[in-house]
Design a protein around this ligand. Structure first.
Ligand SMILES: Cc1cc2nc3c(=O)[nH]c(=O)nc-3n(C[C@H](O)[C@H](O)[C@H](O)COP(=O)(O)O)c2cc1C
Length: 358
C-alpha cells in the first residue's frame, strides 16, 4: 500500500486516500449561490477519486467576497444549493470540504479574466463596495482603499465566520478550512506589512495573531466535534519585515491548542510584486517544518504534479495530505491516473468499475 492511497482519519472523518482538491475560486456565482457548475466541477473530482474535495473560498459576508461572482454562505438561502453538492460528494466517497473566507482589503475586484494590468478595483457604480481591513492600506496602487475595522466590527466578522460554520455544517460539509492565507483578511492581520494597528489587534506577535486565533476559536465552538478544522496559512510572506515561518510554527502550536486539526501550508500574496521561488513542490518545506516543529498534521500544496512526487512528500513525512489545484483542473481523474502509475487498484463507481476492473 502506498502512502498516497492509505486512509487518513482526523477526528471522526476518514479520507479514502491522501489526495485533496485544493480550494479554487470559480468566480461563477450570482449572489454567492452555488449552481450546477459547482456540482459538476466538484462532483467530477469526487468521481475522479480524490479523498477530499474542498469547495472554493466561500464568503462569510457579502463584503468579504473577492469579486461579486464569489461563492458565499452568508444567508440560509445559500445552504441548500451547497447541500446538493455535499450529498453527491459523500455518495461517491469524497469527504466534502469548504473553505470559509473573508477577502479583507482584496475585496471588490473584477474576475481575473477581466482584469487589465493594475486596474483591478471595481467602483461602487459598477457593483463594487468599500473593502474593510485591519488598516486603511490599499493592496496596491489602483486597489480600493479599505476602511480600518473598528473593534466592534472585528467581533461582527468573527460572528459571521461562526454563523457561516454553522451553515456549512447544515449544508453537510465534514471538513472546514478557515482561510488565513494569501493576503485576505486574516492574513492581513498576521502580517506587519498589512497591519499597522495600534490596538490589541496590531503590533506585537500576540496582537497580530489575535484575530486568527479568536476566529478559529469561534468556528471550533460551533463546528461539530466529530469534524476536522483546518487553517490555511501563508507560512511566510517571502518578504523582509513580513510574516515569517517561525511565526507560523508558533501560531500553528496555538491553533492546535484551540482544536485545529491540520495546517494547510501555502505562502505569500499579502503584498504585490514579490518574486516567489516557484518550482515543483516549492512550498513542501514549509509544510515539513510546521509538521515537525508544531507537531500538527499538515497539507502540502503548490506545484504537485506527479504521483511519485506526491508519494515521496508523504513517505518522507513532509505532509499528511497533498492538495492539488491546477493539475486537478487539467485532469479531474488525477487520483485514478496516480493509482495506475503507482500500481494501486481503487474502487470506482459501479458504472465505471465493472468496465475498467472486470
Ligand atoms: C483558479 C484558482 C483558484 C484558486 N482559488 C483559491 C481559493 O479559493 N482559496 C485558496 O486558498 N487558494 C486558491 N487558489 C490557490 C490554490 O488552492 C493552490 O494553493 C495554488 O494554486 C497552488 O497549487 P497548484 O500549484 O497545484 O495550482 C486558487 C488557485 C487557482 C489556480
Amino acid at each position: 500500500m502506498t502512502h498516497l492511497f492509505s486512509q487518513l482519519t482526523l477526528r471522526g472523518v476518514t479520507l479514502r486516500n491522501r489526495i485533496g482538491v485544493s480550494p479554487m475560486c470559480q468566480y461563477w456565482s450570482r449572489e454567492g449561490m452555488a449552481s450546477d457548475w459547482h456540482l459538476v466541477h466538484l462532483g467530477a473530482r469526487a468521481l475522479g477519486g480524490a479523498g477530499l474535495v474542498i469547495a472554493e473560498a466561500t464568503a462569510v459576508e457579502a463584503r468579504g467576497r473577492i469579486t461579486a461572482q464569489d461563492l458565499g454562505i452568508w444567508t440560509e438561502e445559500h445552504v441548500e444549493p451547497l447541500a446538493r453538492i455535499t450529498r453527491f460528494l459523500r455518495e461517491y466517497a469524497a469527504v466534502p470540504g469548504i473553505q470559509l473566507a473573508h477577502a479583507g482589503r482584496k475585496a471588490s475586484t473584477a474576475p481575473p479574466w477581466q482584469r487589465q494590468g493594475q486596474d483591478v478595483a471595481v467602483a461602487d457604480e459598477e457593483g463594487g463596495w468599500e473593502p474593510v481591513a485591519p488598516s486603511a492600506l490599499p493592496f496596491r496602487p489602483g486597489s480600493r482603499k479599505p476602511r480600518e475595522l473598528s473593534l466592534g466590527e472585528i467581533k461582527q466578522i468573527q460572528v459571521a465566520f461562526a454563523r457561516a460554520a454553522e451553515r456549512a455544517g447544515r449544508a453537510g460539509f465534514e471538513w472546514l478550512e478557515f482561510h488565513a492565507a494569501h493576503g485576505y483578511l486574516a492574513h492581513s492581520f498576521l502580517s506587519p506589512l498589512a497591519n499597522h494597528r495600534q490596538d490589541e489587534y496590531g503590533g506585537s506577535f500576540e496582537n497580530r495573531i489575535r484575530f486568527t486565533v479568536e476566529t478559529a476559536q469561534a468556528i471550533r465552538g460551533v463546528w461539530p466535534e466529530q469534524y476536522p478544522l483546518a487553517v490555511r496559512l501563508s507560512c511566510t510572506d517571502w518578504v523582509e519585515g513580513g510574516w515569517t515561518l517561525e511565526e507560523s510554527v508558533e501560531l500553528a502550536r496555538r491553533l492546535k491548542g484551540e482544536g485545529v486539526d491540520l495546517i494547510d501550508c501555502s505562502s505569500g500574496f499579502v503584498v504585490p510584486g514579490v518574486k516567489y521561488p516557484q518550482a515543483p513542490g516549492w512550498q513542501v518545506p514549509l509544510s515539513a517544518t510546521i509538521r515537525q516543529q508544531a507537531d500538527i498534521p499538515t497539507a502540502a500544496v503548490g506545484m504537485i504534479f506527479e504521483p511519485r512526487q506526491a508519494e515521496q512528500i508523504l513517505a518522507q513525512g513532509q505532509a499528511d495530505v497533498v492538495l492539488l489545484a491546477t493539475e486537478m483542473l487539467r485532469d479531474p481523474f488525477w487520483p485514478l491516473h496516480a493509482a495506475q502509475a503507482l500500481g494501486e487498484v481503487v474502487t470506482l463507481p459501479k458504472p465505471y468499475d465493472y468496465v475498467l476492473h472486470p
